[in-house]
Design a binder for this molecule. Structure first.
Ligand code: 0X9
Ligand code: ZN
Length: 405
């Protein structure tokens, strides 16, 4: 009887940030409290971490050097981890790990992002335009994309893409993308290096690809996925829904899971919009998808440990980027296997080198005080500008040595 009450409570709390979807619809006779327990798990390699995620660990991030993973599990997940031979350490809800579920007012809301992007484009129509790639699942919020380049014929200029906030609660990534846009648009008049860059490149930035999920985070909710309602739970992990090696590994077929892949490849309106947007960028040469946290720079593949066809180039670029922000560079699968990700889609399907940055450390979690977001932007700025600079020919990194442009 008690567990029925608890499950009903968990259902009613879904998406409020207090209760979590994972408990809904499972038989959990031993559950005595709704919600999640934060855990720290010493893991040994990507296979073990992948097992933990598949068992139900909602992974926040890792300290890759120490082999420590941080996250949360419900009672069922805890039992599954133990059955898998993994022994997470329970930690008290810790303000220095994971999520505080407070939305520091420094962070921009969806509404503020919308207003700001249009204000910049209105002020600088000669160099910036804003376009919606489509609406998110609730059919209310637009997925904004921006195109930034100097005046004149841009049709032959190489293009670079930056994407952010596929995962709703990774708030810092929106701010980094917004800072990048501002730096380029306003720097055009002030900084000759930026002017030269924009006169010879086209930069596309999509700062908030999961606006419905972000809206939940703005209300203080802990939310990763989009907000698509299914019978068995809410939300698809958009970074498991892309149409490349969809459903293969590191993902779940259960709507209650934080790594739910969706009912089919590109089932979600957000995925479709971003897929079509990225596929239609002329001369797309390279790009970056921003996540948080773990202080990592990753290149394809995530779906297999096998090296990608362009491994020397991809690893050279990844290591160079990591030299700027002092993050750890690695092939994505070295962390844990994933499939249906945006990075592997762009590389595998569009044949364009695409990277993932996991910004911030475990002390930042998903929602560090806003001042940290500015520091995280500063540490990622040189790499972002460098990526734009090599877009004319990314393979130059393996042909030249000692370049520092
Ligand atoms: O799991 C993800 O989608 C990303 N990590 S996050 O903590 N931001 O959710 C990226 C994972 C990188 N790719 C692989 N591990 N293969
Ligand atoms: Zn993420």
């Amino acid at each position: 009887m008690r567990s029925i009450v608890v499950l009903a409570l968990a259902t009613s709390l879904a998406l409020t940030g207090c209760g979590r979807q994972q408990t809904v619809g499972r038989t959990l006779p031993t559950v005595t409290a709704p919600g999640q327990t934060q855990v720290r798990l010493a893991y040994h390699g990507s296979v073990e971490l992948g097992r933990a995620v598949e068992a139900g660990l909602d992974l926040f991030g890792v300290d890759a050097d120490k082999g420590l993973a941080f996250g949360q599990v419900d009672q069922g997940g805890l039992a599954a981890l133990q059955r898998a031979g993994l022994h997470p350490e329970l930690v008290a809800p810790d303000s220095r790990m994971g999520i505080r579920n407070t939305f520091d007012k420094g962070y921009r809301t969806y509404e503020q992002v919308t207003t700001q992007l249009h204000a910049w484009a209105d002020q600088h129509p000669d160099r910036m335009s804003v376009k919606s790639a489509g609406k998110a699942w609730e059919n209310e919020r637009e997925i904004w994309t921006t195109r930034i380049t100097g005046p004149g014929d841009a049709s032959k200029r190489p293009a670079v893409s930056f994407t952010a906030n596929l995962h709703a609660r990774e708030l810092v990534t929106v701010e980094v993308a917004m800072n990048l846009i501002q730096t380029l648009v306003e720097g055009y008049d002030k900084d000759p290096a930026i002017k030269k860059m924009l006169d010879t490149r086209v930069v596309y930035v999509a700062p908030m690809m999961n606006p419905d999920g972000h809206h939940q985070a703005e209300k203080g909710g802990d939310w990763r996925k989009n907000t698509h309602k299914f019978a068995g739970g809410t939300g698809v992990d958009l970074n498991r829904n892309f149409p490349f090696q969809w459903g293969l590994v590191g993902t779940s077929n259960s709507a209650s899971s934080d790594i739910y892949r969706g009912p089919s490849a590109a089932s979600e309106p957000e995925t479709q919009a971003v897929r079509d947007y990225l596929s239609s960028i002329p001369n797309l040469k390279i790009g970056m998808d921003y996540h948080s946290f773990s202080n990592l720079v990753m290149w394809p593949w995530g779906w297999t440990d096998n090296p990608p066809p362009d491994a020397p180039m991809l690893s050279a670029i990844g290591k160079k980027l990591a030299g700027f922000n002092h993050y750890k560079p690695e092939q994505a699968s070295e962390l844990y296997a994933t499939s249906g990700t945006i990075r592997d889609f762009v590389y595998g399907q569009l044949h364009v080198p695409y990277f993932t940055t996991e910004m911030g450390g475990q002390n930042d979690g998903f929602d560090p005080p806003y001042a940290r977001a500015q520091q995280i932007w500063e540490e990622n700025k040189p790499g972002a500008l460098w990526l734009i600079s090599i877009a004319d020919d990314p393979s130059q990194v393996t042909r030249r040595t000692g370049i520092d442009r």
